[in-house]
Design a protein around this ligand. Structure first.
Ligand code: BGC
Length: 418
């Protein structure tokens, strides 16, 4: 039997710890995995993976890089690859997978289930394959166009749950009078970009969203709805508190959980966080689709790749088998707030938020209502993504920059990088 060259023996310290363990543990192999799951919910989700891999004698050696959205993780990964010390596996998502594969860094993953396109949604198949070769393992799918609400705040103040932007805005004075922040947020480039893309989707719909960000049609680039989205972003900023700088997304979630804020607009990794804190969906928190996006699914898909150490490296079947197993996909999704990447799995025993995400994703895949997240690297090169982040972040922080100017600059950039 060939051994996997990327499987390294566990470090000495670990061997000492393993002396007391049953005989089978001596055979444990290890795999270093770089990822950006560092919040409580993300760590609990990663723990599900670690346990299942350990059950199969594979030790996940953690290489977490802090920073929501994964930009810092990608910078660290690049540095490690340049330094010729790539991890065994890494969380790389979106079309970036194709770039890494084309540069020759990724291990082809020969695996019957992974190669079976009927197991996955079309958008998943597109992301994980390069020229017919599978190079990534899909784990789960996030829906990003969510509002997370603290129901007790709305009940106590007798405010209707917002289903439109104007309802959210008009509840602000009552919330503020009660000392509650209407909208919890963190002023980080990726959080601002996430909010902007959600707002654009809400204002203009999924088809326009794709024309604008992906096709970059001239008519879309100059469409007034982009100005309107920047205006709406500025209005949303008025619903936030003065302490948004350097606030991570999970700190914003904490404000909602504690009733210090009413709403957070963010992907359903927030649900994973709430679960890790022991909160119950439907009681301690609610999810509502962002106004105007009931039938739309702004998605990010979490995938792992494996690095090629040498030309004839064989993939590690245990890693792939485990990540694709129905039990793992289900339990991981329960912890992470996602739906499984495998489309053949029933979504039972989950809460309303995941059930809605599953239903909408299935429908939206047929009806053209899917929108790949720009902020979460689903549809653009890293250069274009950085440029979008830069303009949106500058607009968010510089009140002198008009929505019209932001729209012109964004159009220029998207045109130039097409
Ligand atoms: C990833 C999620 C992660 C979130 C916040 C997204 O890009 O898909 O898995 O929880 O970023 O870091």
């Amino acid at each position: 039997m060939m051994t996997d060259p990327r499987v390294t023996l566990a470090p000495a310290v670990m061997w000492i710890a393993l002396i007391a363990m049953p005989t089978c543990a001596y055979a444990m192999q290890s795999l270093e995995v770089l990822h950006w799951w560092t919040s409580s919910g993300e760590q609990q989700s990663a723990a599900v993976l670690k346990e299942r891999l350990a059950d199969r004698n594979l030790l996940w050696v953690d290489y977490p890089v802090r920073g929501g959205g994964g930009d810092s993780a990608m910078a660290v990964l690049k540095a490690r690859v340049i330094d010729r010390s790539p991890p065994g596996a890494a969380q790389i998502i979106g079309p970036d997978i194709q770039h890494w594969a084309q540069l020759g860094f990724l291990s082809p993953l020969h695996h019957a289930q992974l190669d079976d396109t009927s197991l996955f949604y079309p958008v998943v198949n597109e992301l994980i394959r390069v020229q017919g070769q599978t190079v990534a393992i899909p784990l789960s799918i996030h829906r990003i166009n969510w509002m997370w609400l603290n129901p007790s705040v709305f009940e106590r103040l007798d405010i209707p749950l917002p289903t439109t932007w104007s309802q959210l805005e008009s509840s602000a004075p009552v919330l503020r009078a009660a000392g509650i922040i209407p909208l919890a947020h963190g002023n980080e480039p990726w959080q601002n970009a996430t909010l902007f893309e959600i707002v654009l989707l809400s204002q203009a719909g999924a088809s326009f969203y794709r024309q604008y960000f992906i096709d970059r049609d001239e008519s879309a680039l100059t469409d007034p709805s982009v100005v309107a989205a920047f205006e709406q972003l500025r209005t949303l900023k008025t619903l936030m508190d003065p302490h948004i700088n350097q606030r991570e997304w999970q700190q914003a979630s904490r404000l909602v959980a504690d009733g210090e804020a009413a709403v957070q607009i963010m992907g359903d990794w927030v649900k994973g966080e709430f679960s890790a804190w022991g909160l119950v969906p439907g009681e301690d928190y609610l999810c509502l689709p962002v106004p105007g996006t009931n039938e739309q699914h702004l998605y990010s898909i979490d995938t792992f790749v494996m690095f090629l150490d040498e030309p004839n490296a064989v993939p590690m079947p245990t890693f792939i088998d485990t990540l694709l197993s129905p039990d793992l996909q289900r339990d991981f999704s329960l912890a992470k707030g996602t739906i499984p990447a495998r489309k053949d799995l029933p979504v039972t025993a989950v809460d309303d938020c995941s059930r809605a995400s599953h239903h909408v994703f299935g429908q939206a895949s047929q009806s053209g209502m899917l929108a790949p997240s720009i902020a979460h690297s689903m549809a653009m090169s890293p250069e274009s993504e950085d440029a979008v982040f830069e303009i949106v972040h500058r607009f968010f922080n510089d009140e002198r920059m008009t929505p019209e100017l932001a729209a012109i600059q964004l159009a220029q950039t998207l045109r130039a990088l097409k």
